[in-house]
Design a protein around this ligand. Structure first.
Ligand code: PHE
Length: 325
């Protein structure tokens, strides 16, 4: 029995044309004294049927309600479904972290073109056409004069030119660079650099070292040490390669630092007088320092990533490890 059959039943017995009203309609055919008897019986039967109907109807409604509650039941003890959490790529994260450190030291951030001219990428950085230093950076040429920048250093010159007349400069330049390298665990033909440039009166090598020390401590821990080793870049003089204590062994020597205790993290130096003068800053009055670092390398050292290609493959197994830190 369900509510619908019950209603059919109601119509059949209690409805306007139902059996009870049919019986009532016979009333006229009866003798006058018999009519109240029939009337009473009909009323009594009617009220009993209505009571019974109401009772069954209540029961059926209860059953229907219970069935619905059972069907719609929510088990609040079930574990929830976690929505997938997006997160910043480790490389984006490290670039932003480095930017924050330098912003905190009063630097501004600039960006430059990835398609560069030979003039800015090389000539004005003290690297003439036949200079052997060009071999250090194998270049993708688009035309004889246009190329994909091999470094962010051309922004040193572009910034100095845009800052005239001779305003002090404190800028970092993050961006993509390109080199004709075979991709392997430590090389990629596209990678990132963050250039730094400070130009003013009386800028010294000690300013460079202090700035880089501050940077290294912010990124690698407050006890980090920084070591400058003599090196060569055509656009800085003197030039240095900058090391930090091995992030893996702390300096005692291990596989990662090839048992030297130190890891190279960037190239730097005092801006070469030719570069200053060429960009409109009189090298007799102004001096400056510059540095260039690779955020991929910094991220690999900081997070213990051993193959640079892992930073470009977007493998969720790697990316998910960065979703909550
Ligand atoms: N541009 C250099 C490189 O790509 C790094 C560098 C930048 C060195 C600024 C000195 C000063 O190797």
């Amino acid at each position: 029995m369900d509510l619908r059959t019950l209603d059919d039943w109601r119509v059949q017995y209690l409805g306007k044309k139902g059996q009870l009203s049919q019986i009532s309609k016979q009333m006229g055919k009866l003798a006058k004294e018999d009519r109240p008897v029939l009337g009473q019986s009909v009323n009594q039967v009617k009220s009993e049927l209505e009571t019974a109907l109401e009772q069954v109807q209540n029961e059926l409604e209860q059953v229907a309600l219970q069935r619905r509650l059972d069907a719609e039941r929510v088990d609040i003890s079930l574990p929830g479904k976690k929505p997938f959490h997006g997160s910043l790529h480790p490389l984006t994260r490290i670039v932003q972290e480095i930017e924050d450190v330098f912003l905190g030291m009063g630097f501004t951030i600039a960006e430059g073109p990835e398609i560069e001219t030979d003039t800015y990428n090389f000539e004005m950085l003290n690297v003439p056409k036949d200079h052997p230093a060009r071999d250090m950076q194998d270049t993708f040429y688009l035309t004889e004069e246009l190329l994909l920048r091999t470094q962010t250093s051309p922004m040193q010159v572009r910034t100095m030119e845009s800052m005239q007349p001779n305003a002090p400069i404190k800028v970092i330049v993050p961006g993509r660079v390109y080199r004709r390298d075979e991709d392997d665990a430590t090389h990629s033909h596209v990678f990132n650099q963050i250039e730094g440039l400070v130009v003013d009166k009386n800028i010294r090598m000690s300013d460079l070292k202090g700035t880089l020390e501050q940077f290294a401590r912010a990124v690698f821990g407050k006890d980090q040490q920084v070591r400058l080793r003599p090196s060569y870049f055509p656009f800085t003089e003197p030039s240095a390669e900058v090391d930090v204590r091995c992030t893996n062994c702390g300096g005692s020597g291990c596989r990662v630092c090839k048992h030297t205790g130190w890891l190279e993290i960037l190239g730097a130096g005092m801006v070469h007088p030719n570069v200053l003068d060429g960009a409109g800053y009189d090298s007799k009055i102004f001096s400056g320092f510059a540095f260039g670092m690779g955020p991929e390398r910094i991220a690999m050292l900081k997070y213990g990533i051993e193959d640079i290609r892992q930073l470009y493959q977007n493998d969720l197994r790697l990316l998910r490890q960065f979703s909550r830190i």
